[in-house]
Design a protein around this ligand. Structure first.
Ligand code: NDP
Length: 289
């Protein structure tokens, strides 16, 4: 039997419509949510991501600014701009598009973002707070996965979740968020011996490796929920995930497609975090009156 497809595009549309109402309420009070995106250098993919974020903001009623710096920009100059944005009442979220050029210390630049404006959740405060389940903002990609699991009624508590990948932006926070919800979590990496032995025991399998179609049907438990975070551009231009969708869909219970799965939810979570930042700023200013 074919798996139920988890429609990230449809869910993202629904979530954005709900949150757009919240953005409009804020705007009605003179507090329109605002996001500033800082981009350094001319990486083509980064520019596309930044444009997409700005477009998504405008569709959801969020004001946005793009702060562009050349490849040879000075790190202190970028940090000074971030500090200005930290102090701007028009801006509620500050995001630094990664990767930064090689002469930058990314950690130092990210650390200059005010924690209450760190809507991407890359600041060490938020990274560390994830261990205790008390982040100011949760990181967008794993948060998007959690929302998809919730929307499709996938039970997490007491289930065995296997996360393939241990990056700081996807694998590690994903594992912590599943753990927080009561899953028994296994994390696999490129060093894992006999990957299939682990993946085939997963009730929930989240794959974020950047290795196209590496998870095949034989590596998946019958009826499992399979979340494919991977986005890989194939020769010829088509996108593929890290999961072999055509074979795995015949065995899984739920599966996310690529494109149209986790991707649209990631950017949606960024919008939600920005609107939430604006709501908190409004509440702080009301409390101060
Ligand atoms: P990274 O390259 O930072 O991390 C990849 C991870 O996968 C590493 O931990 C690596 O292990 C592990 N890995 C690689 N090969 C194997 C293997 N054969 N078996 C087991 N583990 C393996 O990638 P990201 O986490 O940043 O991204 C992963 C994918 O997700 C990419 O395709 C990316 O484009 C996509 N992505 C999608 C997003 C979305 O919104 N949908 C957002 C962010 C990323 P090790 O640490 O041992 O090297």
């Amino acid at each position: 039997m074919s798996a139920t497809m988890m429609d990230g595009t449809g869910l993202a549309r629904k979530v954005r419509a709900e949150w757009k109402g919240r953005a409009q309420l804020l705007a009605g009070n003179g507090n329109q949510p605002g996001l500033a995106v800082v981009i350094v250098g001319d990486d083509a993919a980064s520019r596309v991501y930044v444009r997409n974020k700005a477009r998504a903001c405008s569709e959801t009623g969020i004001y946005s600014e793009i702060h562009e710096f050349p490849e040879n920009a000075n790190q202190d100059e970028v940090i000074r701009r971030i500090q200005e944005l930290n102090g701007s009442p028009r801006i509620h979220g500050v995001l630094v598009q990664l990767p930064l050029p090689r002469h930058f210390e990314s950690a130092k630049v990210i650390a200059s973002i005010a924690v209450e404006k760190d809507v991407d959740s890359f600041h060490l405060h938020n990274v560390g707070a994830l261990l205790t389940g008390s982040t100011v903002f949760a990181p967008c990609t794993p948060l998007g996965v959690m929302k998809m699991l919730e929307a499709y009624g996938v039970e997490i508590e007491g289930r065995h979740a296997v996360v393939v990948g241990r990056s700081n932006i996807v694998g590690k926070p994903m594992a912590l968020m599943l753990l927080q919800k009561g899953a028994t979590v296994t994390i696999c990496t490129s060093k894992t011996r006999d990957l299939a032995e682990h993946t085939s025991r997963a009730d929930i399998l989240v794959v974020a490796t950047g290795k196209p179609r590496m998870i095949t049907a034989g590596m998946v438990k019958s009826g499992a929920t399979v979340i494919d975070v991977g986005i890989n551009r194939m020769p010829g231009g088509k996108l593929a995930g890290d999961v072999d969708f055509d074979s795995v869909r015949e065995k899984a219970g739920y599966i996310t497609p690529v494109p149209g799965g986790v991707g649209p939810m990631t950017i949606t979570m960024l919008l939600c975090n920005t609107i939430e930042a604006a709501e908190r700023a409004q509440a702080r200013s009301l409390a101060a009156k």
